[in-house]
Design a protein around this ligand. Structure first.
Ligand code: GLA
Length: 383
């Protein structure tokens, strides 16, 4: 991102200079659709970020521009702001939720710019929410607790988009650490930083460039099916609060009594939690082959049991699995389009991106986009 350009554009629009804040998008290495089941996830913060240039106003208004949209949006700060169908919906959401949390905010002039691809399942909206929340709190001299900020931004996403998302995306945008993935326990909201030793391999994200409809309703439906599973399993296992609490053996014992769909959804979540912990162990032992096996197994489970993959993602994983130097590949994020994440041996990255681009284009008639990623830091003020 060209910060000079951002500062100049802000100056031209608003006639003064701003402070600049930024937060990253994310790629999840493993642990998919586990966060809202109190489970484990292993995301890293991307080296692609959303930038919020901001200067305070004294009239309680938010006036915002984005480099991605032509129109200005202006509104007054108010805890009862309602969702609106424009690009600034997330901005209203975060402002309203911070006010509901009884923070005192000041109005602001804002200019937003981002190099996180939008609608690609790389959490561009979480990066905007978190950068903006951090900016509004800092401008108003309010204390920032990063876990609380993540929870507020998650609530904004839920209330203003209708997706009953978990906390992973906002959490990693707040707390990401350069050079590390975070093993997040989505129940107690603590993390363990897991070093990504990239001497041998790179994390390569491949964007299918497709986004299928119904992602929001299908996501909420999956969440409801998991909750249904917990209610039914509680008849046999009265102490469980969430699928996180169900041991694989106990599940195998009671699974047959569940309706087919609920059984498969639960099976994904319970095995995915186990895979995520096993993957972390493999990473800590520098065993990339085993880590990669967990990635492939995660994809199969998301495809068959959780049913959140699609033809394009399956094809990308299949092509990846046939390339030399690929340790593992899987869809990443909510699914129904978006991206895959691939762990590729350093010396094979170029071959990999060429081969997957060509083969995907041959079969689907469109090119995917490839990003070789570094794990970066969470939200901060740019100096
Ligand atoms: C989306 C949600 C996250 C998480 C993933 C699936 O990215 O925002 O909370 O549930 O899907 O793992």
């Amino acid at each position: 991102m060209n910060l000079e350009f951002l500062l100049n554009s802000f100056g031209e629009r608003f006639g003064r200079s701003p402070r600049v804040f930024s937060a990253p998008g994310r790629v999840n290495l493993i642990g998919e659709h586990t966060d809202y089941n109190d489970g484990f996830v292993l995301p890293m913060a991307l080296d692609r970020r959303t930038y919020v240039a901001a200067a305070p106003r004294t009239d309680g208004q938010i006036r915002c521009f984005s480099t991605a949209f032509p129109n200005e949006v202006l509104f007054a700060l108010n805890p009862n702001l309602a969702p609106a169908h424009d690009w600034a919906n997330h901005i209203r959401g975060v402002a309203a939720c911070l006010l509901q949390d009884e923070f005192t905010l000041q109005g602001a002039d804002l200019l937003i710019a981002s190099d996180v691809p939008m609608g690609a399942g790389l959490s561009s909206s979480a990066s905007l929410e978190v950068a903006l929340g951090f900016a509004l709190l800092t401008l108003a001299n309010q204390p920032v607790d990063l876990v609380d900020l993540a929870l507020t931004c998650q609530r904004a996403e839920q209330q203003f988009t209708g997706t009953q998302c978990g906390v992973m995306d906002q959490y990693i945008a707040c707390l990401g650490i350069a050079g590390h993935a975070l093993l997040i326990d989505c129940r107690n909201l603590e993390y363990r930083a897991v070093p990504l030793d990239l001497r041998q391999a790179r994390v390569v994200v491949v964007n299918s460039q497709v986004k299928h409809d119904l992602a929001t309703s299908a996501y909420n439906q999956r969440r409801a099916e998991c909750e249904d599973g917990v209610r039914r399993l509680r008849g046999h296992l009265p102490d469980i609060q969430a699928l996180r609490d169900v041991e694989l053996e106990a599940f195998d014992h009671w699974a047959e009594a569940l309706p087919d769909i609920v059984r498969r959804r639960c099976n994904h979540v319970i095995t995915e939690n186990a895979r995520t912990l096993a993957a972390v162990e493999a990473l800590e032992q520098h065993d990339l082959n085993r880590f990669g096996q967990m990635m492939f197994a995660s994809h199969e489970s998301l495809r068959h049991d959780y049913e959140v993959s699609c033809r394009e993602l399956d094809l990308l994983v299949e092509i990846a699995s046939q390339q030399p130097g690929v340790f593992g590949a899987r869809m990443t994020g909510g699914g129904f389009g978006g991206c895959t994440v691939n762990l590729v041996a350093v010396g094979e990255v170029e071959n990999f991106t060429n081969a997957i681009t060509q083969e995907f284009e041959k079969q689907m008639g469109k090119q995917p986009a490839c990003y070789v990623c570094q794990a970066s830091d969470g939200v901060h003020e740019e100096r």
